[in-house]
Design a protein around this ligand. Structure first.
Ligand code: PLP
Length: 394
């Protein structure tokens, strides 16, 4: 049997990570993977998470099966956090998933069960796993523009492309801190997107992976909440990997909004059936931790404070990099970097320049130009700015 297996495509991010591992230069800098790092270069367990884990360990009595929707208190907490209490969350169903990726896949399966072969529109550029997840579920994928030639949000191009989306198509939008570009639409463009969706009847599918790491938790959720109030149906994939630092605990949630409670009557069972054939039940630990934090005023405040501090470090890194690049004479490039938000930045470099950045300066970003700005140690900002200037100069 196995002799029939064709060589599979290699994930370019893991390829780069391997190349980084084999790089013996002491100054090597890995900015490839999307993981928050503190000033020491580590990815610590958040203090609120640690405290919640201690409390859970003290009162844990059983690891019995939880059910196909996972931890229901967690699901309620996710609805409340993302949509607020009342309003849109009254006409929503939520099930716990295996992190954000699991939510994307489960919702893709739901779309397929509802209407096989549906077209889902994704941004160009998109999160590297959007297309593979959607296609693996049997969906068709088309793209809409995201950036103009100067690396700004291209509202006009996006709305022009999405004018081609038909009724019952699905449009996947990252709710904030767009991966890979760090560029988000402004509030007017989000409003225009909501109007277009309401008018044409396509379904927004919001991917939330970085809320809290852009402009702050509420601000980062504003576009999702506005959309939820304006359209009858909507899908939301929520990841707790980054904003709770629960990367390996695989914690997330899939949310479906319907025009009414009645329209949602088959949704939870359909999601449960999809989960049953994929992985059965999601892991409990991360969901229990998040619930313990969100249900306790003290832990919730401590978590928000830590999250704000993470966001502050990301902002300081980005501002520092832009300032140093500007000081080296690359003002336009610096201004474009300074406008970006969230964990990622797109460097103003071509694929060939990114390869040179790796070869000449031991600085690893993706070939498309994405770097994890949250992975940059503060004492290496100048070195990164010099590397960028170095490849821009020659
Ligand atoms: N969506 C986006 C835009 C992402 O960048 C990521 C991870 O990097 C995910 C979803 C999936 O996150 P996870 O499955 O680790 O929760």
């Amino acid at each position: 049997m196995l002799e029939l297996l064709l060589p599979p495509p290699v994930d370019p991010l893991w390829d780069l990570t391997e190349a980084f591992g084999a790089d013996a230069r002491p100054e090597r800098l890995n900015l490839v993977l999307g993981v928050y790092r503190d000033h020491t270069g580590g990815t610590p367990v958040m203090a609120a998470v640690r405290e919640a884990e201690i409390r859970l360990a003290q009162r844990s009595v059983s690891k019995e099966y939880r059910g196909l929707s996972g931890n229901t208190a967690f699901n309620r907490a996710m609805l409340s956090m993302v949509l607020g209490d009342g309003g849109a969350s009254e006409r929503a169903v939520a099930v716990q998933t295996v992190a954000g990726s699991g939510a994307l896949r489960l919702l893709a399966d739901l779309i397929c069960r509802t209407r096989p072969g549906t077209t889902v529109w994704i941004s160009d550029p998109a999160y590297v796993n959007h297309r593979p997840i959607l296609e693996a579920a049997g969906l068709k994928v088309r793209t809409y523009g995201w950036l103009d030639s100067e690396g700004r949000s291209d509202a006009e191009g996006m709305l022009r492309d999405l004018a081609g989306a038909r009724r019952d198509d699905v449009v996947l939008l990252q709710g904030c801190c767009h991966n890979p570009s760090g560029v988000d639409p402004d509030a007017r463009t989000w409003e225009a997107l909501a109007s277009l969706a309401a008018l044409e009847g396509w379904v927004p599918f919001v991917d939330l992976a970085y809320h809290g790491l852009g402009d702050g938790l509420e601000a980062d959720l504003a576009a999702t909440r506005m959309l939820a109030e304006r359209v009858p149906e909507m899908l939301i994939a929520i990841s707790c990997s980054k904003n709770f630092g629960l990367y390996s605990d695989r914690t997330g949630c899939a949310v479906v909004l319907g025009a009414s409670r009645q329209s949602l009557r088959h949704v939870e069972t359909a999601l449960q059936n999809a989960a049953r054939t994929l992985y059965s039940m999601p892991p409990e630990h991360g969901a229990a931790v998040v619930t313990a934090i969100l249900e306790d005023d003290g832990l919730r405040t401590a978590w928000r404070t830590e999250l704000d501090a993470m966001r502050g470090r990301i902002e300081a890194n980005r501002a520092g990099l832009a300032a140093r690049l500007g000081a080296l004479g690359w003002d336009t490039q610096a201004a474009s970097l300074a406008r970006q938000k969230g964990m990622f930045s797109m460097l103003p470099l071509s694929a060939e320049q990114m390869v040179r950045l790796r070869g000449e300066f031991a600085i690893y970003g993706t070939t498309a130009g994405r770097i994890n700005i949250a992975g940059l140690p503060s004492d290496r900002i100048t070195c990164l700015a010099r590397g960028i200037a170095g490849v821009l100069e020659r």
